[in-house]
Design a protein around this ligand. Sequence first.
Ligand code: COA
Ligand code: AMP
Length: 635
Amino acid sequence: MSGPYEQEYNRSIQDPEGFWGEQAEQIDWIKKWDKVLDDSNKPFYRWFSGGVVNTCYNALDRHVEAGNGDRLALIYDSPVTGNTVRKYTFSELRDEVAKFAGILTAQGVGKGDRVIVYMPMVPEAAVAMLACARIGAVHSVVFGGFASNELAVRINDAKPKVIVSASCGVEGAKVLAYKPLLDGAIELSDAKPSSTIILQRPQGPCELKPGFDIDWQEAMATATPADCVPVAATDPLYILYTSGTTGEPKGVVRDNGGHLVALNWTMKNIYNMDAGEVFWAASDVGWVVGHSYIVYAPLIKGCTTVFYEGKPVGTPDAGAFWRVIADHGVKTLFTAPTAFRAIKREDPDAKLMQNYDLSKFEALFLAGERTDPDTLEWAMKALDRPVIDHWWQTETGWSIAANCMGLEPLPVKPGSPTRAAPGWDVQILDENCEQVPRGDIGAICVKLPLPPGALPTLWNNDERYVNSYLSEFPGYYATADAGYMDEDDYVYIMARTDDVINVAGHRLSTGGMEEVLAKHPDVAECAVVGVEDSFKGQLPVGFLVLKLGVTKSDEEIVKEVVQMVRQQIGAVAAFKTATVVERLPKTRSGKILRGTMQKIADNQEWKMPATIDDPAILDEIKGALEGIGYASSRK
Ligand code: COA
Ligand code: AMP
């Protein structure tokens, strides 16, 4: 007999309308949908069309109206600002959000207008996001580790009416001024906002331009609260830019109705969370994990979310996570494997854990990158609790594959994020769009329609949506991950099929970095590949071919390109290593053999590509890599 997981999974695939229509009853609608799944304009499927709803109402007001206004909604814990802890009940957060929504309205922001949020991990970031949702505006949060140029690219695409930011961020021991980066981005952009709203932080206040920069606290003191505005279920809630193959990021769109229904379902069924319990996603609001599981899902479900401004190590030590779990009674923690690698490196025997009461803690969920078996084993042994790997993407908004702990925990197989979650018809395909035999590697695809909560399109770019995700395998969404499925339907994620790499759980484009390197006046040609790193998972390494007659030393040029990437993409790219080579290995048709270079760098077995134009180049590449500590000189 099949268990609850299999029953739910099968129903979600065979009768998606019945399955999701039932789940949608858990959401408060202003007007119910006409159609659960609208497939009248394939491949652009829409969930709950005709429905009218408000996401902020479902995240905050409805809990207050149900008599749970005194429950904790958000706990801000910030070891980097003198151990600040600030707690908001659902009533308090609703009031803050309503006031901030009033400020946005006073600035002319209305339904459908875009607002960029460029903020560190302060609760005001969540307030700004929810305030946009309240008035039907579309937020686009930009991760604080991106530099002006990346922010400018997003401003140009989203064309925000207002930008919300802070005077500074605090990264470990460093105070990083945000305002110069914001000013620089606005200067670079050709879609200037009409105003900015700036949160002054005592760690690093900034100058405000009268008539343009509005002081957050001053405006809040006199704000008139704004009410929830009805929006269509299919209206956009947010845009989140993510790295693709080129330096031009993709604006992933999320709708209101499908997102509410799906995230609410995941909280119980995947994470086994009930209202009133404490959930902590140790990530950043700038990433999809932050959108879905720091802000929206826990609040929609009526859980308390922890908003942590700190690191797993160094703030002040590798016991930081255990301290937060104990102080706030966290039931479930969600983070990236790299955070656990950081803790394991500093406290290999998990001695610091002994200092804290973890009795309320039940499970650890990991995502964002592959969980290496060492880290998985270490975490399972140290925590003595389930450690659940689950796989998803910015585009999907929630897990494609997971061990659904609230539905039916399945046996863990190290190296696999378990089986496809309900709603996701995952298939492994070959280049002819045929399913490959079990155990064979292929392109991991999802048969359309995607479930609610997944992206309906890219911002202002239906064509790119179709070209990027739907055209290679007609009738399927291509995840751009390669992998296989075993006899028990467990999915294994092996590699990206595009130029995206994962550095400390942060998704980055090597193509975007190449675009920066190519701008150096002495660089004729370049390539960037992601090499294995035992701490951050992957790190970018650059290969530079210089123009003839260059007089500067190789070291100088490497130093300059490293600085250029830091300035134009941001510190988060962690681009610190490059080497100068005579030529790049290419196929006879001129395609750079990045995959082979990566294997050589990682000291893995590799085959001579049949189409290489000159095999001798690979020896040169190997020599250059050895010179910077890679290839066979790698331990
Ligand atoms: N604002 C500004 N700068 C930022 C930033 C932010 N929000 N986040 C990172 N940076 C900077 C860092 O300070 C660092 O700068 P440096 O080169 O001057 O040292 C650089 O970007 C690289 O950051 P990162 O790769 O995160 O390395 P780190 O050494 O600072 O921290 C970890 C490493 C593992 C502790 C950290 O990445 C982490 O906690 N990751 C796990 C959780 C997570 O965020 N996952 C994301 C998706 S779930
Ligand atoms: P992002 O859009 O930043 O969430 O990154 C998505 C990509 O991260 C996926 O396409 C995968 O390549 C990788 N990824 C996320 N979660 C996992 C996981 N659990 N195992 C392996 N890779 C993962």
